[in-house]
Design a binder for this molecule. Structure first.
Ligand code: SF4
Length: 349
């Protein structure tokens, strides 16, 4: 797949854009001023595979906690700021690695220049983030809420930075409607070469949110658009990371274990669904570039999954362990999951 040509920004050593691997981001939901809770959540996000974490900095109290948070983790950190440019300056001083702020919302051109200069001096990129709730009234009056209005809003913020000679920019435009998100980012991708952070905002709770995000983010990634992603969920932030990583794996943007399993049918004679879940859970975080299959019957399973590197196909009392569609052992059904995981671990550790 050809990816869109984009510039590269770097967030504490993590490149975004320029055809680099696509980092998965999330956001803490602890009160930022609660340093212990925030650092604890950052560690859990890091353990889940998150590569960049954003923290809300809504006020002075939160800003005062930033230096201690910075000292407590080596994770790339983004400060999310609305309106108050002094909070942006505090985040830069504290050693944060990226600022998310919309320059059109912080007042005078002098304030924009102060933020741009501070970020430039510290090598800190700025992310402009527009969503369907933040489009300026004039643009809404002119276009209504549509991709054109969202793109013009974002590019207006961009111009305020480029007027200060600041180009270390990433843009995100998110809508809660996946189709609007896709259409808008296609338009934006044609308007500029800044790296794009993509996601569907306010996507919802886990099940619906993952589906909406997969539709929106996935469509764009398959168009070659998107340099970093966040799956926004009303759930624990680690779930966002797991979903984001899985989406990248499913689309071939990230190495890792690919799972295939059949939907079961009237030929299935064993309790396969919990076994498929168990195998997936046990291998989920491994970065082996393999395909693993769990299939419902020995008659069709190995053939249907012959492209898998490893697999099991179950029967009433015993099943088959296979490699590349070829049986290598018969195993009691109750031991199929263990036999599969043991085989994979012995050949890939
Ligand atoms: Fe049915 Fe067997 Fe195909 Fe699974 S592999 S869907 S059980 S025929």
């Amino acid at each position: 797949m050809t990816r869109r040509d984009s510039r590269t920004i770097t967030v504490r050593g993590v490149p975004i854009g320029g055809g680099n691997p696509i980092p998965v981001q999330s956001m803490t939901n602890t009160p930022t001023q609660d340093v212990d809770a925030t650092l604890d959540q950052i560690r859990r996000l890091q353990a889940a595979g998150c590569q960049i974490v954003r923290l809300a900095v809504p006020n002075r109290l939160a800003a005062r906690a930033l230096p201690e948070i910075r000292r407590g983790t080596d994770m790339p950190l983004v400060a999310d700021i609305h309106f108050d440019y002094t909070l942006a300056l505090a985040a830069v001083e504290a050693g944060f690695d990226k600022i998310r702020i919309n320059p059109g919302n912080i007042g005078s051109p002098e304030r924009v220049r102060l933020v741009a200069d501070a970020c430039r001096d510290h090598g800190v990129p700025i992310r402009i983030g527009v969503n369907s709730g933040s489009v300026e009234k004039e643009l809404l009056a002119k276009y209504g809420l549509c991709p054109r209005a969202l793109c013009e809003s974002a590019m207006g913020h961009v111009r305020l930075l480029t007027d200060c000679g600041f180009e270390d920019i990433c843009i995100s435009i998110k809508a809660s409607d996946p189709a609007m998100t896709v259409e808008t980012n296609r338009m934006l991708a044609a308007m500029c070469d800044y790296p794009l952070h993509i996601g569907v905002t306010e996507a919802g709770t886990r099940y619906r949110g993952i589906l909406k995000s997969a539709a929106g983010i996935g469509s764009l990634l398959l168009d070659g658009i998107g340099d970093t992603i966040r799956v926004s969920l009303t759930d624990e932030p680690e779930e966002e990371v797991r979903a984001g990583l899985e989406l990248l794996r499913a689309l071939g943007f990230k190495k890792g274990v690919q799972f295939i399993s059949c939907p079961t049918c009237g030929r299935t004679e064993w309790d396969m669904i919990p076994v498929a879940r168990q195998v997936e859970e046990r291998l989920r975080d491994r970065d082996w570039d393999i395909t693993v299959a769990v299939m419902g019957c020995v008659v069709n399973g190995p053939g249907e999954a012959s492209h898998a590197d490893y697999g099991i196909a179950g029967g009433r009392s015993e099943g088959m362990l296979f490699k590349h569609g070829v049986q290598i052992a018969r195993v009691p059904t109750g031991r199929l999951a263990d036999a599969l995981v043991e085989l994979i671990e012995s050949e890939n550790q």
